[in-house]
Design a protein. Structure first.
Length: 335
């Protein structure tokens, strides 16, 4: 017979906000960056952590959908829900870089199925003066473009790159819409997800670089004029992203926010994504001087990951103790 109590771990996990998916995104893109700089052992360690976290979140996603549809719909209407799509594309991209193209294609299919469902639930809830999570619509959409273009290059197949052009351009439209919903005061007072304002441009630049790389892979994709336009747009996106990074770094110095918040994973992700975008643009456009800044940004993102991970461990221990204490109080009250 049930006592009505729940395990402290289960109670703590139930309080996890939708934005926790950013931890998967952050760890996954750090793995990609380490791969691009040939630190393969570290990259695979980060990939293992990414996969473990993704599986846990995926299981929770399915369990909630099957057991409490009303709660799932409420969760799915928040901007953080789109981390489910973005995280899946990041994991798929890393698998594609490993040559595991069948698994990467399966994750692309899954993300493509989730994307319209979650986007149509989230976008109607956009308001004015929103936090940086409003840019996750762009991030999730561009994630599809990154994975599609990476698969195209890995398999020397044209259609994934052609298909990836749709989310690439659509993601830029969503960025502009989100920009008018974003509260600029978040630069001074945001809890961490304000960095997604730059991270969305970073993943857009990475998508452009991956599309350019696919077009250089020996398969004809588009003509020279199209390639030149994509080249210019990608450069422009990277420049805007780096400008955002400078502004956000200055904001952190002027208005320091040292306390841990789960939304700080949404700070690590843009840092890692900017590093990956810079390194990818340097490689595909043969601009070797960009390699140094890209590597520097990567190690900054690794350091940020370690700091946020330490904060997450401390917060988790406190949360588990609180859940255990609450469970004990309820049990005593029933007796």
């Amino acid at each position: 017979m049930s006592t009505g109590t729940s395990h402290p771990l289960r109670a703590w996990w139930a309080q996890r906000p939708p934005a926790a998916g950013a931890a998967v995104m952050a760890t996954g893109i750090v793995s990609v960056g380490l791969h691009l700089t040939r630190h393969e052992s570290l990259s695979r360690v980060a990939l293992a952590l990414t996969c473990a976290a993704w599986l846990a979140l995926a299981a929770d996603f399915v369990f909630l959908l099957l057991s409490d549809r009303a709660k799932w719909v409420t969760w799915a209407g928040t901007p953080g829900a789109l981390t489910a799509v973005a995280a899946t594309t990041v994991v798929g991209t890393r698998f594609a870089l490993l040559g595991w193209t069948a698994l990467a294609a399966a994750l692309l299919a899954l993300a493509t199925l989730l994307w319209p469902v979650l986007l149509t639930l989230v976008v109607p809830n956009w308001e004015r003066r929103m936090p940086g999570a409003v840019f996750l619509g762009c991030v999730a959409t561009e994630g599809l473009a990154v994975l599609g273009a990476t698969l195209s290059a890995a398999t020397s197949t044209a259609w994934p790159a052609h298909a990836a052009l749709v989310p690439f351009w659509l993601g830029l439209v969503l960025y502009v819409i989100a920009l008018f919903r974003f509260d600029p005061r978040q630069v001074a007072h945001g809890a961490g997800d304000h960095w997604v304002a730059g991270g969305a441009l970073a993943i857009s630049a990475l998508a452009g670089a991956k599309l350019l790389a696919a077009s250089q892979g020996g398969v004809y994709l588009w003509n020279g004029d199209d390639d030149a336009a994509l080249h210019d747009v990608t450069v422009g996106l990277l420049v805007l992203d780096l400008a955002w990074c400078v502004a956000l770094f200055v904001g952190e110095i002027v208005w320091p926010r040292p306390r841990y918040d789960v939304r700080r994973w949404s700070t690590v992700f843009p840092l890692g994504m900017t590093a990956a975008a810079t390194l990818s643009v340097a490689a595909v456009m043969d601009v070797p001087w960009l390699d140094g800044p890209g590597r520097a940004l990567l190690w900054i993102s690794v350091a940020a990951w370690l700091v946020v991970a330490a904060g997450a461990v401390v917060a988790a221990r406190a949360g588990l103790r609180s859940a255990a204490g609450a469970g004990g109080v309820r049990s005593t009250a029933r007796r």
